[in-house]
Design a protein around this ligand. Structure first.
Ligand SMILES: Nc1ncnc2c1ncn2[C@@H]1O[C@H](COP(=O)(O)OP(=O)(O)OP(=O)(O)O)[C@@H](O)[C@H]1O
Ligand SMILES: [Mg+2]
Length: 339
């Protein structure tokens, strides 16, 4: 933004979509600007750097990349870092946004040579568009259908070589022909508390506050292995520090902040606890995904992508063919809530 330029006012600040926008722009401010700032995922980063260097040496676009992993682990960040290191343009779109082939065509024809096209939530791409992408990915052409009826013919248009970076939280939903067209397949794993502690330490500096090392570790251990969640908690705890007139976040402040957010010592939030309590109430009978979604007022997709992976990873939840059941460990955790 140009210095001194006014931010356009768009109605009252209490509109929820504005609050969401604000969260997003705050998140962008904390996004690593280089691979050096990107914590962890060492083998993924090492591979990407190697492929980028080799492609640059040849003066070619890098091979297409598919990044998979739970929400908030850094897929969008990595895609932007690939473009940056390639010294290439970066176009962003997402599966659900592309409704028809012309939407995709409009984007593809605007690309410059060796640009990076990032498609988020690529598993939600319309199958018709997926087919167009095949030719674009393999031969850098698109076949356009012109005219209708008997005079219909297809027109082949060349597009510049580009790198498609796809991100997905559900790699299993991608068709085999689609997945096989990516030369690089990388999976992001949850982060260790120590890594998240380093991420929040860096974020704290950017936010102009200090966080004690043991406080960072405590926060890291309760953030579901997810940088986005760790950074979000940090921002809320920073608010608390500010209102308390403190400049340094210590363990006590982390505990207070997380308690206010309803996050318990296992890193479970109120929704996680509702899911576990719901299943516990069935006394061993498996519970279906639909039931869980209705009970907590979320979409089935959100339950599967956001809540269940963490509960499964913690060893609290099991998916069986007949539905979801708790592990003996989870039953013990739920028991403690009644005491
Ligand atoms: N390895 C990392 N090191 C430092 N910060 C990170 C790292 N990964 C993610 N972050 C932080 O977490 C935030 C979320 O990351 P990002 O948006 O890249 O996740 P995502 O995988 O694209 O999530 P989604 O699936 O929801 O789109 C970023 O803004 C960044 O601040
Ligand atoms: Mg993303």
């Amino acid at each position: 933004m140009i210095a001194g330029q006014e931010v356009p006012r768009r109605g009252s600040a209490v509109r929820p979509e504005l609050l969401e926008e604000r969260e997003e722009s705050q998140e962008r401010a904390l996004r690593p600007a280089s691979f050096d700032e990107f914590e962890g995922q060492e083998s993924v980063v090492a591979n990407l750097k190697l492929y980028i260097a080799a492609a640059k040496e040849r003066g070619e676009a890098m091979d297409h990349v598919l990044l998979s992993g739970m929400p908030g682990l850094g897929k969008t960040t990595l895609a932007s870092l690939i473009a940056k290191d390639m010294e290439a343009g970066f176009s962003v779109t997402s599966g659900p946004v592309l409704e028809s082939p012309p939407d995709l065509l409009g984007i593809l024809t605007k690309l410059a040579r060796n640009d990076v096209l990032f498609i988020d939530e690529i598993h939600r791409l319309n199958p018709k568009i997926e087919e167009y992408l095949y030719a674009a990915m393999e031969d850098f052409v698109v076949d356009l259908l012109v005219d209708k009826g008997p005079s219909a013919r297809s027109l082949r248009i060349a597009i510049p070589p580009f790198t498609l970076v796809g991100a997905t939280t559900r790699e299993g939903l991608l068709s085999d022909p689609f997945r096989s067209r990516f030369g690089v397949l990388e999976k992001l794993m949850p982060y260790e508390p120590e890594q998240l502690a380093r991420i929040v330490a860096r974020s704290a500096r950017k936010l102009g506050v200090e966080i004690a090392p043991e406080a960072g570790l405590l926060l890291g251990g309760r953030s579901r292995g997810t940088p986005r969640i760790a950074n979000r908690f940090l921002r809320r705890i920073r608010d608390l520090a500010q209102m308390n007139g403190e400049h340094r976040i210590d363990q006590a402040l982390v505990v207070e902040g997380l308690t206010r957010l309803g996050v318990d010592r296992n890193g479970l939030d109120p929704t996680d606890r509702r899911i576990l309590a719901l299943i516990a109430a069935q006394e061993g009978r498996p519970v279906g995904l639909k039931t869980i979604a209705v009970a907590i007022g979320e979409e089935e997709r959100t339950v599967e992508d956001v809540y269940e992976p963490y509960l499964i990873q913690c060893g609290l939840l099991l998916k069986t063919p007949r539905g979801r059941v708790l592990t003996p460990e989870a039953a013990k955790v739920v028991e403690t809530w009644h005491n």
